[in-house]
Design a protein around this ligand. Structure first.
Ligand code: ABU
Length: 381
């Protein structure tokens, strides 16, 4: 338990479901299909972007996405939630460090990928794409303001990675492309090894599910063992649990395994946990794991790297109220039966810019304190 907040408190959020009062919502302006880089591969000949090519997402797509983002902002504000927005950069510019040159950036639609709010702290994640190395700059005007206004705000940044060629497994994407989904699960997920080596700690903030004192971190294409270890050392008062799921190409826990309220987890019906301790920890502490509904759209949208499982990328406004993409009828019915007030939010046009309703947000303030929802732990997990 922590003490109640002072009137000057701006930043505080311990979990995914306490009443939301202040949030950041991303923008689609200027987002890019990023230039080639070792962390990721974009190969979309059917949409005019074969391997090796890059460029801005079409303006009409950005306009539609921004309309949906602005509408989402209005929905939140009408419910009394304060919303801040990032400051986009020229994402078409070439960026470089002493180690590499990258011919484009990416965008600032999904703040959740980068900003991890844990209590009074916002932590800028390392990230592992060169195109996203400087993305934190879009959020600095907001973080600087929170720092001025809130004397208790802990503003942290994880060590900026070097992202030299030693950070990536050479030839990974050719090998990956030749494997079936089953082979990827066998060869990568069970070994917890994808494109990233263990040369330096790496994690995306969106790999962390926040459950009060317990944080669940997915090992994935963006998060290596060093990243999990770094988080464990950085949050000594929390319990960090590493998780792996049945998925050959895992990216971000928030379309995989998300808490909806104390005692209830929505789990991707395909990406079930491969980590037995995770399931046992939930069972011991009376957390029910419910499979999500089948997505309404079986295919990815045009120029999107996100999967149809964005259906479960939802945003809790409080333990009884949830925002869901408005085309996801089955998901809304499921959540309605589970006792939630469901707010439908049109958001499909945002997907090509990096995600759904959870991805597009980052918590600034939720009411509530840090609670222990898993008092019965498993030794060594
Ligand atoms: N950023 C969340 C993406 C998850 C998915 O594509 O399934």
């Amino acid at each position: 338990m922590t003490s109640p907040d002072k009137p000057s408190t701006v930043v505080c959020s311990w979990n995914e479901w306490d009443p939301l009062r202040h949030v950041i919502v991303g923008r689609a302006d200027g987002a890019m299909i990023q230039a080639p880089e070792p962390a990721v591969q974009r190969d979309w000949p059917q949409w005019g972007y074969p391997l090796g090519t890059y460029g801005p997402l079409p303006q009409e797509m950005a306009d539609k996405a921004n309309e949906q983002l602005d509408n989402f902002v209005r929905i939140l504000e009408n419910r009394g939630i304060r919303v801040d927005r990032p400051t986009p950069l020229d994402f078409s510019q070439t960026v470089q460090t002493p180690d590499w040159v990258q011919k484009s950036m990416f965008g600032c639609m999904p703040p959740r990928d980068l900003l991890l709010t844990v209590g009074h702290q916002i932590l800028e994640a390392t990230m592992c794409y060169r195109s996203r190395w400087f993305e934190y700059l879009c959020y600095r005007p907001l973080l600087e303001r929170y720092f001025q206004d809130d004397p208790d705000f802990r503003w942290e940044a994880a060590p900026k990675p070097r992202l030299t060629d030693r950070t990536y497994r050479d030839g990974f994407w050719q090998e990956f492309g030749a494997k079936s989904e089953e082979e990827r699960i066998r060869d990568y997920s069970l070994n917890k090894q994808w494109v990233l080596t263990e040369h330096e700690p790496l994690f995306d903030a969106a790999e962390v599910g926040r459950f009060g004192r317990d944080l669940f971190v997915q090992r994935s294409t963006t998060t290596n063992a060093g990243g999990v270890s770094w988080l464990r050392r950085h949050f000594p008062d929390h319990r960090i649990h590493e998780a792996v799921f049945y998925e050959g190409d895992p990216v971000h826990i928030d379309a995989t395994f998300i808490p909806l309220r104390p005692g209830l987890i929505l789990n991707n019906r395909k990406r079930v946990p491969l980590t037995a301790e995770l399931v046992e920890l939930c069972r011991r502490n009376d957390w029910e794991i419910v499979p999500c509904a089948v997505p309404a759209r079986p295919e990815k949208p045009r120029l999107s790297f996100c999967s149809p499982w964005l259906t479960m990328n939802t945003l809790m406004l409080d333990p009884k109220t949830i925002c869901v993409e408005s085309g996801e009828t089955a998901q809304m019915e499921l959540l309605d039966k589970l006792g939630f007030e469901v707010i439908p939010v049109p958001f499909w046009d945002v997907a090509p810019f990096g995600g759904g309703l959870h991805c597009s947000t980052a918590d600034v303030y939720r009411e509530g304190t840090c609670e222990d929802y898993f008092p019965k732990q498993i030794a060594g997990y």
